[in-house]
Design a protein around this ligand. Structure first.
Ligand code: ADP
Ligand code: MG
Length: 406
């Protein structure tokens, strides 16, 4: 993997710097319900302000298919929230192209911040943003002084005009601090982990994680499996899984993975079952080969947690993706919660969470500051764990290649 230029490698004083951020925050009736993504971009934005750059922010919000979507998903409330957090004006322009945008950008002073309207508004007209339309990419790049900073890890697995496109038509494209942190933790860990590497996988489906499992089989020393996906592995070995969630069409694949794993895959020995998909009911802990008919497994059991703890203790690197149970229901959150405890007890290991639900589980359960790194991208972190090259990172300028005066 070639090294990419970072924001620390460039001179930005007085320059119009184009910055792609990930502000795709959850909204309820136009109110932001979680502004973590905005806060995550602050190191980059504050650095550029302090260095005297003219900061021009690009971001997307949701998907835009209709005119109504445009009204619903304007970035105006996000610009307001950013302004509150920065304690500084953020000039919001309700255009993605046009004279007002160009004039406002050209009259920016050093250290000022401007936000362009939702980049996906361009999708209404032939999906220009999402299909990386050349003309749009050229136009957006022309608004700056040749410097592009990508800090949007959440869309790094996409080839869009506002990341890969602008990068192509800018003289120099670098990572911001947030993207840099994702590259350092996930990218470098996957490519060159401190061993032993213990991967812990859970979540709903094997089918979502096939490529992650395959990639980690080559890199990890052990793969601990929980979540509903364990039942596909058990069913594949002929166990009765009751009414637990499993994937009939993935049984062959599960057998194949177990064969290839040569003992690397560690499965649970007990689980918590219930007679319905509910927080209440006839909840009990049973051994894996004793799941009663009509009962479904909704969490891993205490013997499994002790078993997993033994592997976690020895690890130098721990990568976790996918909750151990239905953590959204309090009676089935214990597996995930104790897993977080066991992982964060290991102070010598680099500990990484990739995956949207796992990240929110860890944060909600109070472990936000205990991990080395909690990835900010759901789909992007999964593709990164699969060992894929992310276009939003590949498009950045290589350290050696750069012959621009910086
Ligand atoms: P991530 O977003 O971290 O990659 P996933 O999306 O793969 O994780 O999986 C998260 C979902 O898996 C959660 O909604 C959780 O309720 C569900 N899940 C975990 N264990 C079970 C189980 N035993 N039965 C049904 N659903 C489960
Ligand atoms: Mg998920």
């Amino acid at each position: 993997m070639s090294k990419k230029l970072t924001i620390d490698d460039i001179e930005v004083m007085g320059k119009k710097v184009l910055v792609r951020v990930d502000f795709n925050v959850p909204l309820k009736d136009s109110i932001i319900t979680d502004d973590n993504r905005i806060k995550a971009a602050l190191p980059t934005i504050n650095y550029l302000i302090n260095q005297g750059a003219k900061v021009i922010l690009f971001a997307h919000l949701s998907k835009i298919k209709t005119i109504e979507d445009q009204e619903k998903y304007t970035l105006k409330p996000i610009a307001q929230r950013l302004s509150e957090i920065l304690k500084k004006d953020v000039i919001f322009i309700n255009q993605t192209q046009g004279e007002k945008l160009e004039k406002s950008i050209n009259s920016l002073h050093n250290g000022e911040v401007l936000m362009v309207e939702n980049t996906r508004f361009e999708d209404l007209d032939g999906k220009k943003e999402s299909l990386n339309n050349e003309d749009l990419a050229k136009y957006w790049a022309s608004l700056g002084d040749g410097i592009f900073v990508n800090d949007a890890f959440g869309t790094a697995h996409r080839t869009h005009a506002s990341n890969v496109g602008i990068a192509k038509y800018s003289e120099i494209a670098v990572s911001g601090y947030l993207l840099e942190k994702e590259i350092k933790f996930i990218g470098n860990t996957i490519n060159n982990p401190n061993k032993p590497l213990v991967a812990i996988l859970g979540g709903a489906k094997v089918s979502d994680k096939i490529n992650v499992i395959e990639n980690l089989l080559n890199k990890a020393d052990y793969i601990l499996i929980g979540g509903a996906m364990m039942f596909t592995f058990f069913k594949a070995q002929g166990y009765n899984v009751g009414s637990s969630l499993y994937e009939e069409d993935k049984l062959d694949l599960a057998r194949d993975l177990l064969f290839k794993a040569k003992g690397k895959i560690i499965l649970p020995i007990d689980c918590i079952v219930n007679n319905s998909f509910n927080n209440q009911g006839e909840i009990q802990e049973v051994l894996i080969d004793k799941i009663p008919n009509g009962f479904m497994g909704l969490d891993i059991g205490s013997a499994t947690l002790n078993l997993f703890a033994e592997y976690i203790k020895q690890a130098q690197t721990i990568i976790w993706n996918g909750p151990m149970g239905v953590f959204e229901m309090s009676n089935f959150a214990k597996g995930t919660s104790r897993l977080c405890q066991e992982i964060t007890k290991n102070k010598k290991a680099i500990t990484i969470i990739g995956g949207g639900d796992s990240a929110s589980a860890a944060i909600n359960l109070g472990f936000e500051n205990e991990f080395s790194h909690i990835s900010t991208g759901g789909g992007a972190s999964l593709e990164y764990l699969e060992g894929k090259k992310l276009p939003g990172i590949s498009c950045l300028t290589d350290k050696m290649e750069s012959n621009v005066n910086i």
